[in-house]
Design a protein. Structure first.
Length: 400
């Protein structure tokens, strides 16, 4: 019986990221076929049989899975360019936060923005990511610090996926900072007893995150959030070990978290715990760069213990106003010493793993959503190598 496809991409070089294949899963002289928005064939063109309504000649270009930005704060009000000037003058992250800046300043601007305004301001940032081949983006709340604004942020994030052809994964990050109007304990109570259950009941979040660090939640406060997330049946992620080692990563491992993000101050024992829990380390070189940090994440320990490493922009208004996942790849290689294959896997397969979505996206395998990035490059190393250029030829989301 002749196979029928909606679309075939032929004369391509494929980096499938299929874990069953070595390295990046390269297939020379390859082809990809889609049916009903899913990958129906991935392999050598000579082995492809069947016909399609449309056939696209890729002219020998590379095809990778669509890129995945797995850690962003894309939806927010205002900006914090003035804090950039303060940091240049010598102020630290903690000093800015103590003076009423940092996350709390963005909270004020976000609370003042309605849903339409949040969507309108986020779309240009999202469009920058899509222009570089991003087909899935994670978006966190966390700039409301009260239920109505957190809801509004998550609804705005969902609307981005309605206005653009992109997969949107939402994360409730009410445990991001402490609002000025409530004591710490009262706010943790509010997050765990009221906000998180309401968000979960309304289906607005795909996961729960918490910022466990010197300027944020303690390990004990974070554990309360994780317990509430577990009761709500939502997966867990954590911002941890960014500004100092607090134990947030090992706590997250005990709760079976999907990922620990930042992790500059993580140690080998943390890598062991992450490996045993099946967690992914999400590296965020944009924040490392903007904050002029010097403590490198323990990449060698992650390698030694088999901890997958994802790479993301951490796109946010304060510490990583970076709208380019390609630049994040370059920084991950130059600053953190990732290899080219690690960087490419970090924005595809391992980013999908960090989101708990590897069964549906992140590699080119039959049955997964047909998300493709087609590149006008001779070598895949050009993706993290070049700065300030965009070699994307075409972006495909769900087969179109």
């Amino acid at each position: 019986m002749t196979a029928h496809y909606d679309r075939i991409w032929r004369k391509a070089r494929l980096a499938t990221l299929d874990p069953a294949r070595p390295g990046l899963g390269v297939i020379e002289d390859g082809a990809v076929a889609a049916r009903d928005g899913r990958l129906a064939y991935v392999g050598r063109e000579d082995d492809l049989t069947g016909e399609a309504a449309e056939t696209i000649d890729c002219g020998g270009r590379w095809i990778t899975p669509g890129l995945i930005d797995c850690h962003t704060h894309l939806v927010h009000g205002g900006d914090r360019a003035h804090e950039f000037e303060l940091r240049l003058a010598g102020a630290t992250y903690a000093e800015i936060a103590a003076a009423g800046g940092g996350i709390v300043s963005t909270v004020k601007a976000t609370r003042q923005a309605d849903e339409a305004a949040l969507v309108a301001s986020a779309l240009p940032r999202l469009d920058d990511l899509l222009a570089e081949g991003v087909t899935t983006v994670e978006v966190k709340s966390g700039y409301g610090l009260e239920l109505d604004t957190e809801r509004r942020m998550l609804r705005a994030a969902r609307r981005l996926g309605e206005q653009r052809r992109v997969g949107v994964v939402t994360t409730f990050l009410g445990a991001h900072a402490f609002p000025p109007e409530l004591p710490r304990q009262a706010y943790v109570d509010l997050v765990c007893d009221t906000m998180l259950p309401a968000i979960a009941a309304e289906g607005l979040a795909d996961a729960v995150d918490a910022f466990c660090d010197k300027v944020a939640l303690t390990v004990e406060e974070t554990e309360r959030v994780f317990q509430a997330a577990r009761r709500a049946g939502l997966p867990i992620r954590v911002h941890a070990e960014q500004l100092g080692r607090t134990g947030g990563t090992q706590l997250a491992a005990r709760y079976g978290a999907l990922s620990a993000d930042h992790v500059e101050y993580a140690e080998e024992a943390d890598a062991v715990a992450m490996a045993q829990a099946g967690m992914t380390a999400v590296l965020l070189p944009g924040a490392f760069h903007m904050l002029r940090e010097t403590q490198l994440p323990p990449v060698e320990a992650f390698r030694a213990h088999g901890v997958p490493m994802a790479v993301s922009t951490d796109l946010n208004p304060g510490t990583s106003p970076m709208h380019s996942l390609l630049l994040a790849m370059n920084m991950a290689c130059v600053l953190f010493r990732l290899t080219v294959p690690e960087a490419i896997a970090g924005v595809t397969r391992e980013a999908a793993r960090a989101l708990g979505r590897l069964g549906d996206i992140g590699t080119l395998e039959a049955g997964k959503r047909c998300d493709l990035a087609i590149w006008s490059v001779e070598r895949l190393a050009e993706l993290p190598y070049r700065m300030g250029t965009n070699p994307l030829h075409a972006r495909v989301f769900a087969g179109a």
